[in-house]
Structures are given as structure tokens and as C-alpha cells.
Design a protein around this ligand. Structure first.
Ligand SMILES: O=C(O)COP(=O)(O)O
Ligand SMILES: [Mg+2]
Length: 235
């Protein structure tokens, strides 16, 4: 178990962690397939396809599978349609998960540096955070297209460590997907896995995060502890 007493900063995943964005991602995916006169899909299917950014979501929607390849030209033609549909309805049916507002307020007042590290394209991440009035909590937002690689690659997290001049034990990743946990492990930082989001229908515990939480508010249990230790040590 990583040493929680050195924690100074937290990186949050977005889709399936802070915001239940699946209903709008599903609506945009369905509108795209309809426009292309292709077989549609259910919201449940889209929930199991989210996790590796917009392009992979479209690949999965076009093939109705997690990993079947699709012709590059077909995918390139599909992307602008999906981007248009999603842009038009980013936050119609999406919702903040319970406890997110309260916990972010608490963590901000405790003095943690906070970032959003999502595989969602950057251009959607910012308006979505703004729509739910939580963008001011985050000093850094990294989208799936902000750097050369996205989660499960550790690059977005090692980038944060570099930018914030932090040692790995000072940063925690909170997410709903194995991509979040794999990225955290590869970056050498600790992680909390949330059970309520999208993880291809798999149990997040199988990815062995340092802790598993069933509700967002549970993360305070771990994080508050570390603050108390820090206060105690500095006396
Ligand atoms: O949009 C996705 O595919 C996943 O986004 P997330 O990294 O915020 O969960
Ligand atoms: Mg997620």
C-alpha cells in the first residue's frame, strides 16, 4: 500500500467518476449511427464501450464489439459526426454523481492540488466541468488528446508529477476504470477504484487499486487521514 501520509495532490478521472456522462455519450453515438444508416445500440452497450476516448468509442459502436478493427477511412468519416452530435448535447442528461460537489469543496478547503485526467477529448472536458460548475477546483485538466498518450499509459500522471514537482507518493489517482488503475500503477502512484462507473462490466477490484470505494464520499476517509498525519507531523 502506498504511503497516504505524503499526499498533496489528487488526479480525478471524469467519465464514470465525477460525472455520469453515459446518457449523452449514448445519445450522440445513437444519432451518429442513425445518420450513417447503421444498426443502433443501447445506452447499456455504450456504458460498456466508454473508457478509451472518443475514437475507440466510435470503433466499438461501428463494430458492436470491444476490439474488432474497423477500416481507417470509415472511422475518420464517422468522427466529425459524433463530435458534432456530442458537442450539441454535452450535458442534457448527464449528472454529477452523489457527493461530488461536497467532497470537492472539502478537498479544496483542505488545500489539495487537484487535476482532471480524462481520456475524453479536451474540447469536451472543459465545457462539461463548467456546465456542472466544478471547473474551479482543478488547476490542471488533461484530455485524452492533450498529450501523446492517454491512460492506461502513465504519461498524463507523470506529466502532472513533473509539472507540480511532486514525488509519486504525493499524488493519488481516483477513477472508475482499469485504465485509471493501470496508469497509476505504471506511474508509481496510489489509486482508489470506484465501483459505480464504467469498467467494461468488470469488477474494478480485479485491477487491485490501493482502495475500493462504492461511493465518491468514501474517498474522504483515506484522504482526510493523510491530512491529519501531515498536520500531526508538522507540529
Ligand atoms: O471518454 C472516455 O472514453 C473515458 O473518459 P474518462 O477517462 O474520463 O473515464
Ligand atoms: Mg472513467
Amino acid at each position: 500500500m502506498a504511503s497516504w501520509d505524503k499526499l498533496k495532490a489528487i488526479a480525478f478521472d471524469l467519465d464514470g467518476t465525477l460525472i455520469d456522462s453515459a446518457p449523452d455519450l449514448a445519445a450522440a453515438t445513437q444519432a451518429t449511427l442513425t445518420e450513417l444508416k447503421l444498426p443502433s445500440c443501447s445506452e447499456e452497450q455504450v456504458r460498456s464501450w466508454i473508457g478509451n476516448g472518443a475514437k475507440v468509442l466510435m470503433q466499438r459502436a461501428l463494430t458492436h464489439s470491444l476490439d474488432r478493427p474497423v477500416e481507417a477511412d470509415m472511422l475518420e468519416d464517422t468522427m466529425p459526426l459524433f463530435m458534432k452530435h456530442y458537442q450539441e448535447n454535452l450535458e442534457q442528461h448527464s449528472q454529477l454523481y452523489p457527493g461530488v460537489l461536497e467532497v470537492l469543496n472539502e478537498l479544496t478547503s483542505l488545500g489539495y492540488s487537484m487535476a482532471v485526467v480524462t481520456n475524453k477529448p479536451y474540447r469536451f472536458a472543459i465545457p462539461l466541468l463548467k456546465a456542472f460548475k466544478i471547473e474551479h477546483h482543478f488547476t490542471k485538466v488533461l484530455g485524452g488528446d492533450s498529450l501523446e498518450k492517454m491512460k492506461p499509459d502513465p504519461l498524463p500522471l507523470t506529466h502532472l508529477l513533473d509539472k507540480w514537482k511532486l514525488k509519486p507518493e504525493a499524488l493519488l489517482m481516483v477513477g472508475d476504470s482499469k485504465n485509471d488503475i493501470l496508469a497509476a500503477k505504471a506511474a508509481g502512484i496510489s489509486s482508489i477504484g470506484l465501483t459505480y462507473g464504467y469498467n467494461y462490466g468488470e469488477d474494478i477490484g480485479l485491477s487491485c487499486p490501493d482502495a475500493v470505494c462504492v461511493q465518491f464520499s468514501e474517498i474522504l476517509k483515506f484522504v482526510n487521514n493523510s491530512v491529519k498525519v501531515m498536520e500531526h507531523e508538522s507540529v
